[in-house]
Design a protein around this ligand. Structure first.
Ligand code: DX5
Ligand code: ZN
Length: 215
């Protein structure tokens, strides 16, 4: 079947040992690091910024994707590009001038993606789709790990694939149970935090998730 990519979300990793946790998921087959940035405004949670991203970029050879769950993401794009992330994922709900901010990301040499919260329709991307390298479908509301998978997301993945044919990442409540449903609908990248890090063996659980997605 289709190629399935594992993307561990650092949100559920040990922030004091990020590089070590990431390397363990890499041993389990991870191919991209999902780096959740939260500002306590767009979402009621606070994580890490460009300085930590730069340190992680230096510590791993996996590409790092910055998922910006912040207000005014445009002001952070230069710092994340400078930090060396491979791609930047925006919440279109926060980008007042989405076209300009996506262009800024591309001009900074990064790949650009958007993350759709559960209520945001894929159709809203019609006039910026040509600027996108991928679309991330959120199957939970942004803000926290360990939330329950929203089942309508499966149909949404299918719709995004139908409309744009772009690669799709699935993020939120992705487990060995939900992963195959998202892959069958057309998702290629499985982003997962709690399913990978909460069981005490990120290598094993990363491998399990990728295998489930391929099954
Ligand atoms: C939520 C984040 C996710 C989060 C997923 O705002 O975007 O990346 O880490 O966590 P799980 O996999 O536990 O649902
Ligand atoms: Zn995320």
């Amino acid at each position: 079947g289709e190629r399935v990519v594992g993307g561990p979300s650092i949100l559920s990793a040990d922030f004091a040992h990020l590089a070590k946790d990431v390397e363990r998921t890499k041993a389990g087959g991870a191919e991209v690091v999902h780096f959740d940035v939260m500002d306590n405004h767009f979402v009621p949670n606070l994580t890490v910024g460009p300085a930590v991203a730069a340190a992680l970029v230096r510590a791993t050879d996996l590409p790092v994707d910055a998922h910006l769950q912040v207000e005014r993401p445009e002001s952070l794009v230069p710092a994340f590009a400078e930090a060396g992330v491979a791609s930047i994922t925006l919440q279109p709900e926060t980008a007042l001038h989405l076209h300009r901010t996506l262009t800024l990301i591309k001009d900074s040499g990064c790949e650009a993606g958007v993350a759709l919260t559960p209520a945001t329709p894929p159709e809203s991307l019609r006039w910026v789709a040509h600027l996108l390298d991928y679309v991330l479908v959120m199957s939970v509301e942004p803000g926290f790990g360990g939330q329950r998978f929203i089942p309508e997301s499966v149909e949404k993945v299918r719709r995004v694939r139908e409309l744009y044919g772009l690669p799709v990442q699935a993020d939120g409540g992705i487990t060995p149970v939900t992963a195959p449903r998202m892959v069958r609908a057309g998702a290629q990248v499985l982003v997962a935090g709690s399913a990978v890090f909460d069981g005490g063996d990120p290598e094993r659980d990363m491998r399990k998730l990728i295998e489930a997605g391929r099954s």
